[in-house]
Design a protein around this ligand. Structure first.
Ligand code: 5RP
Length: 226
């Protein structure tokens, strides 16, 4: 179970459909996790004969891809990943993201790192000027949970254990409230350095390359501000 988020289904679907134009015909595509990524998988199903397969960012996504007849490939067996399509919990004008509301942040960050192009899809409720209103997910090795929580408090956050949730990698998640993230690149580096942290759900050192944002007047295509 992920964090509760309000639904904006039509806008998510529109953004997901716009991302189908980025699908590398004949190539392998990386596919993210969450309700917006699920809309993308629904559309990708119609293109299944035009791709070589997909790399999934979670077990849930792998299952859904297989269900619509798309072959799921091990990232280690893929030489080139041209495109990764995934949702986000918050997006700033630099296309720095908060991700991990669905708990798949570690595999998402790995696939995003490998992909040549990261296409973020979302409804317009996800766009913010400053990241941090959405609690920042941090995946943590279970034995380090209390230590990491104390370190996150030192950084000004209020971490909450995501109760009853275990990641695909067997770890727990701390959701950090109360952060106003003025320097996402620096905070990502700082949190990554805490011993016991597997991944922080800040995607700033590797931001999205393009964001497709669904809203009442259609889909806007954003690139990082110059
Ligand atoms: C999962 C994620 C999702 O991309 C993020 O939570 C957005 O989800 P949704 O598309 O359901 O709003 O990071 O770990």
């Amino acid at each position: 179970m992920g964090l509760f988020k309000p639904s904006n289904d039509a806008a998510k679907k529109a953004a997901a459909e716009a991302a189908l134009a980025y699908v590398p015909r004949g190539g392998v595509i990386g596919v993210g996790t969450g309700s917006t990524a699920n809309c993308f998988i629904d559309g990708l199903a119609d293109l299944r004969n035009q791709i070589a397969g997909a790399v999934a960012s979670s077990e849930a996504t792998a299952q859904r891809l297989r269900k619509v007849g798309i072959e799921v490939l091990d990232l280690n067996s893929v030489n080139e990943l041209l495109v990764y399509v995934d949702g986000a919990d918050e997006i700033n004008p630099d296309l720095h993201l908060i991700k991990g509301g669905g708990g798949a942040l570690t595999r998402e960050k790995i696939v995003a790192a490998v992909a040549r192009q990261f296409v973020c899809i979302a409804d317009d409720s996800k766009c913010v000027d400053i990241l941090g209103r959405f609690p920042l997910p941090v995946e943590v090795i279970p034995m380090a949970r209390a230590y990491v929580a104390r370190e996150l408090v030192r950084l000004g956050g209020s971490p909450d254990l995501r109760v009853g949730f275990t990641t695909d990698n067997g770890n727990c998640i701390l959701d950090v409230h109360g952060l106003e993230i003025l320097n996402p690149i620096e905070l990502e580096r700082e949190i990554n350095q805490i011993v016991g942290v597997v991944t922080v759900g800040l995607f700033a050192r590797r931001p999205a390359d393009v964001a497709l944002i669904g809203g009442p007047s259609g889909v806007r295509r954003l690139t990082p501000r110059p």
